[in-house]
Design a protein. Structure first.
Length: 155
């Protein structure tokens, strides 16, 4: 199967994939010849122990929504428009048309504020995903420690 994507779309898809990266579960090997039934039992008990010990349940972490930016919708754009209008009015006063300068400044400021809002949103999303990954990593370390204590190799 061949997938052809335009360059712009490929970059977008790669960015989305990296934003929602999920940590891989460790692989467990029965190093002391444990049966499949024993391994399943040990893994269940180690899961319960890791959840209790770390306070992290990966199923709950996976369903939590990722952190969103705390700013009000349109707040960055409104502030950008106000700053742009003030700057544009000052430049317009020098050029002889304060109103036109303020209008142009407001449009440019709104665009800059929208860019800042999108950047803030992306940063908040990345921080939220990093927090989730750290929580799941804590759980996996506890889970692996329990299984290693029972004679399994965990990678």
């Amino acid at each position: 199967m061949t997938i052809t994507l335009k360059q712009g779309r490929w970059v977008l898809l790669c960015g989305l994939a990296s934003s929602f990266a999920v940590m891989a579960a460790p692989v467990v090997y029965p190093a002391k010849g444990q049966s499949a039934q024993q391994q399943q039992s040990d893994q269940g008990e180690c899961h319960a122990w890791a959840v209790q010990t770390t306070g992290v349940d990966p199923a709950q972490v996976a369903t939590q929504p990722t952190q969103q930016a705390a700013s009000q919708p349109g707040g960055e754009r409104l502030r950008g428009a106000a700053r742009g209008a003030v700057g544009g009015a000052a430049i317009g006063a020098i050029a002889g048309d304060t109103g036109k300068g303020a209008g142009v400044g407001a449009v440019v400021g709104t665009m800059a504020g929208g860019h800042r809002a999108r950047q803030n949103q992306a940063n908040a999303q990345q921080q939220g995903q990093a927090q989730k990954n750290a929580q799941i990593d804590t759980y996996y370390r506890g889970y692996a420690a329990c299984l290693e204590g029972r004679g399994y190799t965990v990678k």
